[in-house]
Design a protein around this ligand. Structure first.
Ligand code: NAP
Length: 218
């Protein structure tokens, strides 16, 4: 089966590198993007599995599906870099709008969520999905069962289903969680998980949806 080429924008970072590694290990062609092509190449070589490192814009241009893994403070500038290359493609935003130093408080942006902000910044020609807000990157980077469900948001059900399948391929459980506006809930939940990590001294608390779930008909 041929796979979409996946470009990870900010793929040198904690979450992006872990996603890249898990997807490449599962047989997906993955491009690591960075503001610095040398840094992208070095990270790709470190992670192995045939990963390739490129500048962010080149990774976005060559990819069929793009995953953006940069801090909220860098979201606007990063999306401006890739905007010319993403029309007609699926873009997966992972941004949690943390506003240091108060990262244990929910502080959503004026647009309602980082995902809706990303859609507004990239325009209607992009199919926006958001996911991976509640999974701890350092756990994802290890060869372990992470034990966290991945809530996937987006207005296009087929695009959402692709990202649910990618989460599954990474050894997680991807779950449809509805429209892009719903992303606010998962983005907000991360501040609560950070609070719980501190309060209960847990190493990367995650989430599990209980009950027997019957997968939707695609
Ligand atoms: N870490 C987690 O456990 C976790 C979990 C769920 C969601 N998230 C979300 O995922 C996103 C990435 O988190 P992370 O922890 O992986 O972040 P990170 O490691 O701090 O940064 C990721 C990458 O973003 C780029 N970057 C950093 N600062 C930048 C700036 N000022 N301008 C432009 N690019 C910049 C860097 O790439 P280059 O220098 O190579 O360009 C960096 O390697 C965040 O929005 C976070 O909320 C993180």
């Amino acid at each position: 089966m041929s796979h979409d080429v996946i470009g990870i924008i900010g793929g040198t970072g904690n979450l992006g590198a872990a996603i890249a590694w898990r997807l490449a290990r599962a047989g997906h062609p993955v491009l690591i993007g960075s503001r610095e092509p040398d840094a992208a190449q070095a990270k790709a070589a470190e992670l192995g599995h045939g990963l390739t490192g490129l500048a962010n814009a080149a990774a976005a241009a060559q990819a069929d599906l793009i995953i953006v893994t940069v801090p909220f403070a860098a979201q606007e500038a990063t999306l401006a870099q890739i905007r010319p290359h993403v029309t007609g493609k699926i873009v997966v935003d992972t941004t949690v709008p943390l506003m240091p130093p108060k990262v244990m408080r929910v502080q959503l942006p004026a647009e309602g969520s980082a995902a809706v902000r990303a859609q507004q910044l990239l325009g209607a020609g992009v199919t926006m999905v958001s996911a991976f807000h509640n999974v701890a990157a350092h756990k994802l980077a290890e060869d372990i069962d992470v034990g966290c469900d991945v809530l996937v948001f987006g207005d296009d059900k087929a695009a959402r289903a692709k990202v649910v399948a990618l989460a599954d391929a990474m050894g997680l459980r991807g779950l449809h969680a509805g429209a892009l506006v719903n992303s606010a809930a998962a983005e907000a939940l991360t501040s609560i998980l950070i609070f719980m990590n501190k309060t209960y001294r847990v190493d990367g608390a995650g989430i599990r949806i209980t009950g027997e779930l019957v997968p939707p008909v695609e």
